[in-house]
Write a protein that binds this ligand. Structure first.
Ligand code: OGA
Ligand code: MN
Length: 212
């Protein structure tokens, strides 16, 4: 079925691939087409207002706990949301990016998982890496911002702690950020307004799929 949403040409992912090769991260303003970003933003805010997002936990399995001073967002996995053409289109976009990364970087990325995230005013996410200690499969992080008209005074920047610099990214609608999940330390600075995004991870196939 043809989507009503236009997606970026495959060539648009070349720069992302180059950035990842060179330095392990890429910031791409406007890579998420505006109509798609707006539809996803509406979806995210509607879920938030309908009380359909739940406080996110840190850790995994028996380690899992909600500590809102460390991580304050409310999330819902896309696959647990009512279907919507914008979400289909977004997954298609992510899949094209996954293929581009596999073609050039041989990462063996085989799946993508993503959730809506809404940070209420005052909340953030302290400095962390995205790869779980007990799950080495999350390989590349993809964050897409869904905040039309964000201004820097509101805070809420994604802060990347890089070897040579600290880089703050505004969570402005249409910006996509891609980075190696096990390498790039990052945090979300507290915001003064509701901050919406889609955060996701490309997972690679296990070294031994049989889990011996
Ligand atoms: C995360 C995360 C960054 C952001 O959910 O792990 O770091 O800018 N999100 O929302
Ligand atoms: Mn993170």
């Amino acid at each position: 079925m043809m989507s009503e949403f236009r997606l970026p040409e495959t060539a648009a992912f070349d720069a992302v691939v180059d950035d990842l090769v060179q330095r392990g991260w890429s910031v791409c303003p406007g890579l998420l087409p505006a109509p798609l970003a707006q539809a996803l933003e509406q979806r995210c805010r509607w879920l938030w207002q309908s009380d359909a997002l739940t406080p996110a936990a840190i850790g995994r399995g028996s380690d899992e706990q909600v500590i809102s001073e460390i991580r304050g967002d409310h999330t819902r996995w896309l696959e647990q949301c009512p279907p919507h053409p914008a979400q289909q289109a977004y997954l298609q976009l992510a899949d094209s990016l996954r293929e581009a990364l596999n073609r050039s970087l041989f990462l063996g990325l085989e799946s993508f998982e993503t959730h809506y995230a809404l940070y209420p005013p005052g909340s953030g996410y302290r400095t962390h890496l995205d790869r779980f200690r007990d799950s080495p499969l999350r390989t590349v992080t993809l964050v897409s911002y869904l905040n039309s008209g964000w201004s820097p005074e509101l805070g809420g920047q994604l802060r990347l702690h890089l070897p040579e610099q600290t880089l703050d990214v505004q969570p402005l609608s249409g910006t996509m950020v891609v980075f190696m999940s096990d390498r790039i330390l990052h945090e979300v600075l507290p915001a003064q307004a509701e901050r919406a995004s889609l955060t996701g991870w490309f997972r690679r196939r296990p070294d031994n799929p049989l889990q011996w």
